[in-house]
Design a protein. Structure first.
Length: 296
């Protein structure tokens, strides 16, 4: 199936937070119906594509083809291969769009250490990569860039040997081109602090037996920032990992993830919806496709 620009855009937007949240909030999504129609997949669907769930899987199977893969396909590969493959929701946590200096990290996984993954999809350029890596180094001990095969050499040439490089060979197969070197000693405690919620920063100080400043709330952020500047990078990184594994824990999403098609599981782990809406989301996903195409 050859896709034009409109169809490709619709295909990518099917996996957006807008569609996901609308299904969770309302139990249906007019945007889903519109985008699936615009994608041209209705004409291509086979007899076994009878539900919204199957429609998402069909859309994903097209989107994951080399040459048109977007960021969501890479995020899905990392989620299934690393978070749910090597680890589990009980032992590791995943951060998406996490602030790191002047950048936002595509995806980070916290297990025994903090590892960040910058995605350079088939549609991305490498123009911002140097600045992104520099900022990620200040927060995470290990930095990886995962790229399409066409980008791999460019990534190798423009990053230091301590930056790991991964290649998405097929949509579901990640090949390690260069291992990342763990450098928690390069972390900047102040940058870490600026990435955290106040309660998380307080927990780190408490764990490191550093007294919380007894100052008015208006002065607390500045005072805590000054304290972080005096701390050892490796200590701050270790405590950041331990703290965020608790505060950003995803274990409560296990049941939801199990009830969704594989193509939507990465969305469930990165797009926040109310727990009260989980059942409505699951019902929407299991709606017949014929009925879903009448959603308004």
């Amino acid at each position: 199936m050859l896709l034009n620009a409109t169809q490709l855009s619709a295909l990518s937007r099917l996996f957006s937070s807008s569609v996901f949240r609308e299904m969770a909030r309302k139990g249906h999504s007019a945007l889903f119906a519109q985008l699936f129609a615009e994608s041209g997949l209705l004409r291509e669907k086979t007899a076994d594509v009878q539900t919204v769930s199957a429609a998402f899987d069909m859309a994903f199977s097209v989107l994951r083809r080399a040459g048109i893969r977007d960021e969501y396909v890479y995020r899905a590969a990392l989620t299934h291969n690393i978070l749910l493959g090597r680890h589990s929701l009980n032992t590791a946590s995943m951060l998406t769009e996490f602030r790191a200096g002047s950048c936002k990290a595509d995806l980070a996984i916290l297990n025994g250490t903090g590892t960040v993954y910058e995605i350079k999809s088939d549609r991305d350029s490498l123009s911002r990569l140097a600045n992104q890596v520099e900022n990620y180094r200040k927060v995470f001990a290990k930095v990886y860039v995962i790229a399409g095969e066409a980008h791999v050499q460019g990534v190798m040439d423009s990053t230091s040997e301590e930056v790991g490089v991964l290649s998405l060979v097929r949509w579901d197969r990640i090949c390690t081109v260069r291992e990342a070197v763990e450098r928690a000693d390069l972390v900047c405690p102040v940058t870490v602090f600026e990435s955290l919620r106040v309660a998380e920063a307080r927990a780190i100080l408490k764990n490191l037996q550093v007294p919380i400043p007894d100052v008015p709330n208006t002065l607390l952020w500045t005072s805590m920032r000054e304290l972080f500047a005096t701390l050892a990078p490796t200590d701050v990184h270790q405590q950041m990992v331990c703290t965020l594994k608790k505060t950003r824990n995803l274990t409560s999403l296990s049941s939801l993830v199990e009830q969704l098609p594989m193509s939507l599981q990465p969305a469930a782990l990165s797009i926040q919806v109310r727990r009260a809406d989980h059942e409505r989301l699951v019902e929407a996903v299991h709606t017949s496709l014929d009925e879903a195409m009448t959603w308004v």
